[in-house]
Design a protein around this ligand. Sequence first.
Ligand code: ZN
Length: 226
Amino acid sequence: MWDAIKRKRRTRHPEPEEVEEVADIVCDRCKRPMRGGGDGWNAVFDEGYAIGYLCPDCQTAEENAEAEVHEATLDCSAGHVDEDGRVRWPVKGAWNGISTGTHGAMRENKAIHMLVSLEPPELRVAVGPQSDARLSGLFRTETCKKAVHEAMSSKGAQPGTRDLAYLVDSDMDSTDVWVVEDQAMAAGGNDSHKLVVIYSPDIDPHLLDAFAPEYADSMREAIHAQ
Ligand SMILES: [Zn+2]
């Protein structure tokens, strides 16, 4: 986190003598240099720009509380500088990117159409040639829709005709969301021609947030109907 801010300060204030050597971070009030990992130190922001630093001893109670809220809610190890030069941190446990690939379970079982999991700060979606290509529409953001669509296209997935159903599984020890053909789930092999979205009632809200509102609402309803 602090390295990102140091780099940030360097690029915002490109004075020639500072380019080669990054100055230590010092407290704005007592001028004490920061040692170690910067525990309890607070960056001072102005419209997203890091403009200064406060050591724990110099923070007011209010500033200290603000630092603790940041520490508790933001992932300070994953900060990045946006195109306007502001330092941004993702919310802890949330995802801010997507990766697509495949999964061993899908190679073994062609009734599995998709696996969605959360590995902050990334959403991971596994698809295969058997995936119903319409499933890219499940996702909330255009970036996710496009990434999943492209992954499916590259594997030759075709659009299917099955309806969606939702199954909340309390025994599920996985935190992932599985999309599976129903005959793979149904006792006696009765095929009701549905794709079943299976997930734990304890689904991570950040993962639920990956789905388009209409699908996320149906998933929440299925949890509450239990
Ligand atoms: Zn100080």
